[in-house]
Every structure is written in C-alpha cells, then in structure tokens.
Design a protein. Structure first.
Length: 501
C-alpha cells in the first residue's frame, strides 16, 4: 500500500473514531441528563404536595383555581371511578408548552406504589414535537394514582447545543487533520513521487535529470540532496568509464597501428627475399639492416606499452630514498652525449624522494628526449631540481624547459595522452611513438605526484614534475643507493661540466 493511501486510510479511521466518540458522548450525556430529570421527578413525587380538589372544572387553568399549586412540573390525578385525569398543577400550560399525551396502557405499565420503585417513561406532547418525562405513583388521598412530569424541552435544547458543539469541534478537527494530511502529502509524498519519476527517467538513460527537493530541512529534502549527490557521482563515474573505454579503444587502435608499421616493413623484406629480389649481398645486407631497425622500434614500443600497463595496474614500485638531483645530472650527461652541440643548463639542489630509481630516470630521460626531438637543433634546454614547502610537507620539483616553438593550448591539453603527437610527421620521422610523455605522467602519479605542462605558441615549453620529498633518509645513504663512490659531490658532472650553459 502506498504512503498516500495509508495517510488517507488513517484520516478515515480517525474521522470514524471521532464520530463514534461523539455519538457515545452524546448518548452518555443524554442518559446523565435523563437520570437527573428522573431523580427530580422521584423527589417531587415523594413529597406531600398533592392537595386541592382533584375535580377541577373543564377548561379551567390551574392558576384560575384558588389553592392549586403553581409549579414547573405537570401533576395530574387519576379518578379511580372514571379513569379521567385531572391536572392540578402546571405553570407551563400556557399553549407554548402543551401538556403530555397520557396513554392509559403506559400509565398502567409504569405505575408504582412509591417513588423509589417508579419507572419513568417518555411521552409526546398533546400537540407539537415536545416531549415529557413522566412518573406514575400511587399517592395522595385514597391512594389515588398521581402522574408527575416535567418537560424535556430544555433537555433537548441542551442536547442540541452540545451536539452542535461536538459537530463543530469534529469538523474543525477533521479540517485541521485534512490540512495536516495535505501538508504531509505535499512535503513527503509528492517529493517521493518526483524522485520515483526522476529515477525512472534516469533508468531510461537520461543521466542529466535531478531530484527537485523543496527544502533540506525535511527528510524528503535531505533524501533529495543525497540522491542528487549520488546521481552526480554516478554520472561522473559513467563519464569516466566512457572516457576510459574511449581511451582504451583509441589506445588499442593506435597500438595496433604503431605495431603494424614495423611488422609491415619486416614482412615486405621477407617477401622480397622469398621472391629472390635480394639475391645480391648489398641488397640483402640493407634489408637486414632495415629489418633490425624496425624490430628495435617495435621492441621499444612493446616495452613502453608494458611499462604503461604495469603503471596502470598499480603494481608496487621498488621504492627507496633517491637523490633526484643526481638523477637529473645523469640525465643531462646522457642527453649531452647524444647531442653535444645542444646547450643544456642545470640547477639542482640536493633533494631526496621515496621512489623507484629506474622510473625516475625514465622520467628525466623522456623529458630531455622530448625536448631534443621537438625543438630545432641548438635550442637551449634548462633543467632544475628544487624543493618547496607546501603546508606541513615538502615537495620535490623537477623542471625541464626549452625555448622551442611551444604548443598550442589544444595540444598542451592533450600532450600527456597516449599516442598523441603535436607534430605527426616530425615525430614519426624521429621514431617517436607518442608514449614518452604518457609514461612521464603515469610514473609521476605512481609516485604520488603529478606532471603538468606550461606552454604557448612562440613561448617555449616547460614541463613540471612535483613529487613528495623525503626528509627521513640521509644524503650519504641515498648517494650510495644511486651508485656513487663517495659523498654527494662525487656524482656531480665532471669533465663534461663545461657544456652546461
């Protein structure tokens, strides 16, 4: 059963209880008043107030007969010989309150010898809708039968007023209950219906829908806020999953394309050899040289793919205290060995990080290789290693900057994506696969850091790697872990230091 039906059913039950309670209270109050009237009649009938001549003249009112009692009670005697009723006292017999209609059979049934044993009964007025409460006792001279009654007009009027008050109170309670029920439905049920409608729309595929909640103070409002927060996270998760699936599809397509190129070359040379086109030794040697180059290129690509796969799987790194500044010096040495004419300057402070020595060297090597491949020959490159304080922790920062042509904003936003090339033709001619900077970003994240790029057309490019610094290890211990043979100064560049600009 829905909450709306439960509230409506509760409303009906409360209304029924109120009606039954009012009926019971009205009946109880009427019985109480009748008991009071019956007690008054019993008190009156037990007193010696029945005197005077019972034989009044027909048509004569009691107040016209001297000696008769004027009272609010109706008093009449029954003539035993004729059975006629003679009223002897009634101040109410004025026409506005007609006397009771006395039934001989009812009188006979309810006659008692004394007031204590009397059984009161109700009779109609002789005219109109009035009612009388009567008691019949054998009293008076000669044990005559006396009928004593009192009008129930005031009792009926009192009951009508009480019932009017009860009805008005019941209607007021039901009205208030209806308003409260409507308010509860509006604040509780309607938002839940909206949530159900929104959930159906989301289940149908509309992930942009949100729950409309009236106020965060109510339970429904807080539920709406929680659902909206959950929906936002679900939508973000769906977007992330779609983006991840798209990256995987693009990665698989790019990897297949990259692997197909060297495989196609190798396959072509083997087909030429099988067809006899490489019969001479010079041609065969040249074909073998090209096949070897393509196999090396394919092996390097596969190795890069394996590195990215391991980093994506979150495999634990071979962590330990490592001198990042010494790794940067070694990387600069290697770059100068490959391209001695390129001016490369380095400024490095002694900084220790907890990381994998091989992966950190790969970060430096890939950044310097990227600068060498994507900038004209002779373009200066600057390398720096510093440490900064960010709150209560220290951060090791590696920067590799060049004065090359720079990157457009859209290229800078995608530079860490896998297989992305800002200059497709030049990168392929240089043998690049588009995975070097992806490995840099993945390795930085695996070390708890991040990789960022700052570039603009004609402004050069600056890559920044931020890693958590480690202050727990001593410099000498770290130096030995990096393969040194003395203190930290022994690892500084030696004869090649003159190339640092």
């Amino acid at each position: 059963m829905s909450l709306r039906r439960r509230i409506l059913l509760g409303f009906v039950v409360i209304a029924a209880v109120l009606v039954v309670t009012n009926v019971a209270l009205s009946g109880t109050f009427r019985s109480f008043l009748l008991e009071r009237v019956d007690q008054q009649l019993a008190d009156v009938s037990s007193r010696p107030v029945f005197r005077g001549d019972p034989r009044g003249r027909p048509g004569e009112r009691p107040q016209d007969r001297p000696g008769e009692t004027v009272s609010e009670y109706y008093i009449a005697f029954v003539d035993p010989a004729t059975g006629a009723y003679t009223p002897v006292s009634s101040a109410l017999d004025t026409g506005a309150t007609p006397p009771p209609r006395i039934d001989a059979e009812a009188v006979a049934r309810h006659t008692a010898s004394n007031a204590e044993d009397a059984r009161p009964f109700t009779a109609q007025s002789q005219s109109g809708t009035g009612r009388w409460r009567l008691i019949v006792v054998e009293s008076g001279p000669g044990n005559r039968t006396a009928v004593v009654g009192i009008s129930l007009n005031e009792l009926q009027a009192t009951l009508r007023r009480v019932r009017f008050v009860q009805a008005a109170g019941t209607l007021a309670v039901l009205l208030a209950l209806g308003i409260v029920s409507w308010w509860m439905l509006r604040l509780g049920v309607h938002p839940l219906e909206d949530m159900a409608t929104t959930a159906d729309a989301i289940a149908a595929g509309d992930m942009s829908r949100r729950v409309q909640h009236p106020s965060e103070v109510t339970e429904a409002g807080r539920l709406g806020v929680a659902i909206n927060s959950m929906l936002e996270r679900i939508e973000e998760a769906f977007r992330a999953r779609e983006a991840s699936e798209e990256r995987v599809r693009r990665f698989a397509a790019d990897a297949s394309h990259e692997l197909r190129t060297p495989l196609t070359s190798i396959q072509g040379y083997t087909e030429l050899w099988r067809a006899g086109a490489l019969s001479s030794k010079p041609k065969l040697a040249d074909a073998m040289r090209r096949m070897e180059q393509e196999s090396h290129r394919m092996a390097a690509l596969v190795e890069d793919l394996l590195v990215l796969a391991r980093l994506d799987q979150g495999r634990p790194l071979d962590r330990g205290p490592v001198r990042l500044d010494l790794i940067a010096h070694d990387g600069v040495r290697d770059a100068l060995a490959v391209e001695p004419d390129r001016p490369i300057s380095i400024t490095a402070q002694p900084v220790v990080v907890q990381g994998d020595d091989g992966r950190l060297r790969q970060i430096v090597a890939n950044l310097l290789s990227n600068a060498r491949v994507h900038t004209p020959a002779g373009t200066p490159v600057r390398v720096s290693v510093t440490s900064t304080n960010e709150g209560a922790s220290r951060t090791a920062r590696l920067e590799v900057a060049d004065d090359g042509p720079g990157l457009a904003p859209e290229a800078a936003a995608k530079v860490f994506e896998r297989f992305y090339r800002a200059d497709q033709s030049r990168a392929r001619a240089a043998g690049g696969s588009g995975l070097g900077l992806s490995i840099v970003a993945a390795a930085a994240e695996a070390h708890g850091g991040r990789a960022t790029v700052h570039s603009g057309p004609g402004q050069g490019t600056r890559f920044v790697i931020d890693l958590p610094a480690d202050e727990s290890a001593s410099d000498s211990e770290t130096f030995h872990r990096n393969g040194g043979h003395g203190d930290g100064e022994a690892r500084e560049p030696g004869p090649i230091n003159k190339e640092f600009r």
